[in-house]
Design a binder for this molecule. Structure first.
Ligand SMILES: [Zn+2]
Length: 101
């Protein structure tokens, strides 16, 4: 993560530019672009929606839910959380439930 204000501003600008480019390409080619709020995507459980008390250290690669016991690679869990938030939960896929909020 960016440690200085300047580095943080540069990173924010890069993310903003990427987002704008993605939205523009989606519009140009008639594709749907779903923007998902990034907060807590790594700490929420994709199966039950529970949030862990503490952020996982980056060295911890496996997400284990303390509420429902779901275990999955952390990146896969985050990807599933984003799919659920975007309303794109594929029917029949395990570890995924429709968003309730
Ligand atoms: Zn869970």
């Amino acid at each position: 993560l960016a440690r200085t204000t300047m580095a943080r501003k540069a990173a924010d600008a890069a993310i903003g530019a990427t987002k704008a480019a993605l939205v523009e390409m989606g519009r140009k080619h008639g594709r749907a672009v779903h923007l998902v709020h990034p907060a807590h995507t790594t700490t929420d459980c994709a199966r039950c929606g529970a949030r862990t008390k503490h952020a996982l250290p980056l060295s911890e690669r496996t997400y284990t839910c303390t509420m429902c016991g779901a275990v999955s690679p952390r990146d896969k869990n985050s990807a599933r959380v984003m799919l659920v938030r975007a309303g794109l939960a594929p029917a029949g896929a395990d570890l995924v439930r429709p968003a309730t909020c």
